[in-house]
Design a protein. Structure first.
Length: 114
């Protein structure tokens, strides 16, 4: 379960940002992550709830998330397509010369302070 390490990292980042901006209480944190990032949203939310209890700055906060769709680029025909639906083989030309353009990342999108 790598969700706990992700939550730990995010909370450390939120604490740093809060300190830099003199924030005393965080209402919510919104993450965005790719649909092929391997993150299980339910585990992430559970880990957040558990860890938030130990951190006064975020103990009453909510973790929100948005999923970034996975998109693959085909070098052969210079088009993109939905990765989940078609995998590594381009549905337009049948080429395996493809690479993941987006959908594996994780970002802190927004921090809302009270």
């Amino acid at each position: 379960m790598h969700e706990l390490s992700i939550v730990t990292y995010v909370i450390d980042q939120v604490k740093e940002i809060a300190e830099q901006n003199d924030l005393k209480d965080v209402e919510s944190v919104t993450l965005e992550f790719g649909e092929v990032s391997g993150i299980v949203p339910e585990y992430l939310v559970d880990c957040w709830a558990w860890y938030a209890k130990k951190t006064p700055l975020i103990q009453n906060s909510k973790l929100l998330y948005e999923t970034i769709p996975a998109v693959t680029w085909c070098n052969a025909c210079k088009t993109t397509y939905p990765t989940i639906q078609y995998g590594k083989i381009c549905p337009h030309c049948g080429s395996p010369e493809t690479w993941l353009q987006q959908g594996n990342e994780m970002n802190i999108k927004q921090i809302v302070a009270c």
